[in-house]
Write a protein that binds this ligand. Structure first.
Ligand SMILES: [Zn+2]
Length: 135
């Protein structure tokens, strides 16, 4: 699993210019080939198109550290909260807050995967059909 929380600078392999700084080191869904803004040369980025990702990379992307952090946070809340009189109400409120907190993350990922698939289709429609994974 790609579960390391550390601040990582992604650099151009030609000139060493930093093109991204991220806490999550797992590959993201994105454009694979980038052009360096400093030296103008092309290189392979850390990002992968969805259809090119391995199962482990997909899992790492969908279950990133943020999600796991939130799950731990909720587990803690369930341990801390039981003192309240209306337990069902408390649980429903927490679930509601969780849904509101998670939905932008989930929607952003779904959007990134859709954009990735659209890019692949635009480049190689036949290849995309052949390589399209079962979801
Ligand atoms: Zn460069």
């Amino acid at each position: 699993m790609y579960l390391h929380i550390r601040w990582t600078n992604f650099k151009c392999p030609h000139c060493g210019a930093t093109w991204a700084s991220r806490i999550v080191s797992a590959p993201r869904v994105g454009i694979e080939g980038r052009t360096c803004t400093k030296c103008g040369r092309e290189f392979f980025s850390h990002d992968r198109e969805w259809v090119h990702m391995t199962r482990g990379e997909k899992r790492g992307y969908l279950l990133s550290e943020w999600v796991i952090g939130w799950l731990l946070f909720y587990a803690l809340l369930f341990i801390i909260v039981p003192g309240s009189d209306d337990k069902l109400g408390t649980v429903l409120i927490l679930l509601g807050v969780g849904a509101v907190m998670f939905s932008p993350l989930v929607l952003a990922r779904v959007a990134a995967i859709r954009q990735s698939n659209a890019r692949i289709r635009a480049i190689a429609p036949r290849q995309f059909k052949l390589r399209q994974p079962r979801l």
